[in-house]
Ligand binder design. Structure first.
Ligand code: SF4
Length: 248
């Protein structure tokens, strides 16, 4: 990376409640703030990417240790935590669980138990309010200089999936997007996906249907986390396809 490159990042907590909110559009709006735009004006957009991160503490982390191995680094969600402490605590807990039958009354009350106790009251997919209780958000149109549309941004993520591979995004129930997501949440997946993968299109008979542009997916995993109905099945695509953004 040369000295004149600026990486602009923006984080939206996925516990948000408004179905009309678009994290991508919020990011565009953020770049218009005078204290941000002064660094970006006159520049050129080079690349784009998006990802979900574990950002609110220990209870957001998955199980990281397993016999003979451990998940570490960014993939494990250590963006805001000290990895060694978490791994030590989780491996102590795993050890304790293996020995539990003979240790039922000798619980180690220190590092092994607090991970069990800490828990979010609600998952992010349970947080959205019905669209009928919320106001629409009118985002400004992109100016093509500081702010951009999603599809031209995705082009700069250098995302590639083999054309003939099985879809890595499928629906558990194909009726749910229109019967539930569109009807009650104004099709929130068409806004929270930072790559425009989910599109509701008119069918010509007064109805709409969901089109999934899986080839655009930048693998952020937001749909897995935020969709109220949890109706999307996301699996790693064949052949290592996906985004190839080198600046993230
Ligand atoms: S389809 Fe899901 S994982 Fe892919 S970019 Fe959109 S929200 Fe992210």
């Amino acid at each position: 990376m040369d000295d004149n490159r600026i990486v602009t990042g923006f984080v939206v907590g996925l516990g948000y409640t408004k179905p009309y909110l678009s994290p991508f559009e919020e990011f565009q709006r953020y770049k218009m703030h005078p204290e941000v735009r002064k660094f970006l004006e006159g520049g050129r957009r080079l690349s784009y990417g998006a990802r979900a991160i574990a950002a609110v503490g220990l209870m957001s982390l998955p199980k990281l240790v397993f016999p003979g191995g451990a998940l570490v680094g960014n993939e494990a969600g250590f963006s805001t935590l000290r990895a060694s402490r978490v791994l030590t605590a989780q491996s102590k807990r795993a050890r304790w669980e293996r020995r539990r039958p003979s240790m039922r009354f000798k619980r180690d009350a220190s590092a092994t138990n607090w991970i069990r106790i800490l828990k979010h009251a609600q998952s992010n997919h349970e947080m959205l309010k019905p669209a009928s209780e919320c106001r629409k958000i009118d985002y400004p149109k992109p100016d093509g200089k500081l702010t951009f549309d999603r599809l031209s941004s995705v082009f700069l993520s250098y995302t590639n999936h083999d054309d003939n591979q099985p879809a890595h995004l499928t629906l558990k129930d194909p009726a749910v997007p229109t019967n539930v997501n569109l009807r009650h949440y104004a099709g929130s997946e068409s806004r929270y996906c930072p790559a425009g993968v989910y599109e509701f299109v008119e069918t010509g008979d007064g109805h709409e249907r969901l089109v999934i542009n899986a080839q655009n997916c930048v693998h952020c995993k937001t749909c897995d986390i935020k969709l109220p109905t949890q109706n999307i099945v996301w699996v790693p695509p064949e052949g290592g396809g996906g985004p190839n953004c080198t600046d993230m």
